[in-house]
Design a protein around this ligand. Structure first.
Ligand code: CAA
Length: 379
């Protein structure tokens, strides 16, 4: 593994960093309070090719490598986790599986406008009784002539009320369990497809986490992604790759909290000097910085393996497990350094603390990551 980043990776990182500072940071606190979906910023991200980052140019994307993509997620999460998860879900769990498993006709119809940032994507796996046990999906897809009829409901779907295209997992044969699951692409506006409650969440509050409802929803047979019965594998392959992106998000949240803490430690005076002069604060900052660096290496290592065409399931899960844990710890220390001020909404660390927690939950809880890591280790 080469520890030198390429000129292209550095260029992508600094471009996204400048954009995030100028366009996303100023609205982050506000959209956290109002839960307003950041459409204006997402449209600009589309124009900058941030919404189809790792998709090859021939399908409308930017065609950058996985490390550059991880850097982009981190830079956005550093200022706003809501925007970063909308972007990561769109790229990793909607665009990417269409690219991997779609036919050329599906890529032309669905992927091109998504990767160009003209449309927004979502991913719908979770159901009331299918959380960590993802194979317990009860939504059904029944073939009727040239159409599938979708029946069921999905919960906790990022961008659920906003997405133009949603990749869903539904059962084409309930008797076969996980081997009966299939993947489908459903377009906003299809009769019988609506959204329900938008969740009032602890963090990532602007990401429109929504219930999706399918009632006699008819979609063309051609919207089947891959083959019938291969949906679970498609879902798992997708999540293997996307989990390192949530790890990158966790690194970004933690880095944002550390940056704020360093600034505060230099400015805030107690006992006649800046609190950064006290060893108690210095040790906290040192631990925070070291954890972040270690987590970032895990993310970039997983990305490197993926790019090199090597297995990365375990490393992606490890990156997510560790980065999400240290993001919770680092953001907690950041609030501690800020003292009473850190407990108010006047300081970004209060938001970072709330945002960090979800990285231990979505795209597989920490307990699921441990299952994945242990299974790989015991192979
Ligand atoms: N790649 C390819 N195939 C895989 C696979 C992988 N990583 N993992 C499992 N499979 C295959 C197995 O080979 C097996 O296939 P066969 O039947 O042909 O042998 C089949 O899938 C079933 O495998 P398991 O018996 O191992 O499956 P399981 O029921 O024990 O579940 C699990 C494994 C890892 C716990 C899985 O259920 C899981 O990942 N759960 C967490 C769900 C999750 O991450 N949800 C996230 C929702 S999306 C989200 O959060 C997005 C957002 O908005 C931010």
């Amino acid at each position: 593994m080469d520890f030198n980043y390429t000129p292209e990776q550095k260029m992508v990182q600094s471009m996204v960093q400048r954009f995030a500072e100028a366009e996303i940071k100023p609205i982050a606190q506000e959209i956290d309070a109002t839960e307003e979906f950041p459409w204006p910023v997402l449209r600009k991200m589309g124009q900058l090719n941030i919404m189809g980052m790792a998709i090859p140019k021939e399908w409308g994307g930017a065609g950058v490598d996985t490390i550059s993509y991880m850097m982009a997620i981190e830079e956005i999460a550093k200022v706003c986790a809501s925007t970063s998860v909308i972007m990561a879900v769109h790229n990793s769990v909607c665009c990417y599986p269409i690219y991997l498993f779609g036919t050329d006709a599906q890529k032309e119809k669905f992927l091109k406008p998504l990767a160009a940032g003209d449309k927004l994507g979502a991913f719908a796996l979770t159901e009331p009784s299918a959380g960590s046990d993802a194979g317990a999906v009860r939504t059904t897809a029944t073939l009727d002539g040239d159409e599938y009829i979708i029946q069921g409901n999905k919960i906790f779907i990022t961008s659920g009320s906003e997405a133009d295209t949603v990749l869903i997992l539904a059962s084409t044969d309930l008797s076969k369990g996980v081997r009966g699951l299939s993947a489908f692409l459903v377009e906003k506006g299809t009769p019988g497809y609506t959204y329900g409650t938008i969740e009032d969440k602890m963090g990532v509050r602007a990401s429109a986490t929504t219930e999706l409802v399918f009632e006699n929803c008819r979609i063309p047979k051609d919207n089947l992604l891959g083959q019938e019965g291969k949906g679970f594998k498609i879902g798992m392959t997708t999540l293997d790759a996307s989990r390192m992106g949530i790890a990158a998000q966790a690194v970004g949240i933690a880095q944002g909290a550390l940056d704020e803490s360093i600034k505060y430690a230099k400015e805030r005076e107690q006992f006649g000097r800046p609190i950064g002069k006290f060893q108690a604060i210095q040790w906290m900052l040192a631990e925070m910085a070291t954890k972040i660096e270690a987590a970032r290496f895990l993310v970039h290592h997983a990305a490197y393996l993926k790019e090199a065409g090597k297995p990365f399931t375990k490393e992606s899960a490890m990156a997510k497990l560790y980065a999400s844990k240290i993001a919770r710890e680092v953001t907690s220390d950041a609030v501690q350094i800020h003292g009473g001020y850190g407990y108010t909404k006047d300081y970004a660390v209060e938001r970072f603390y709330r945002e960090a927690k979800i990285t231990e939950i979505y795209e597989g809880t920490s307990e699921v990551q441990k299952m994945v890591i242990a299974r790989e280790a015991l192979k």
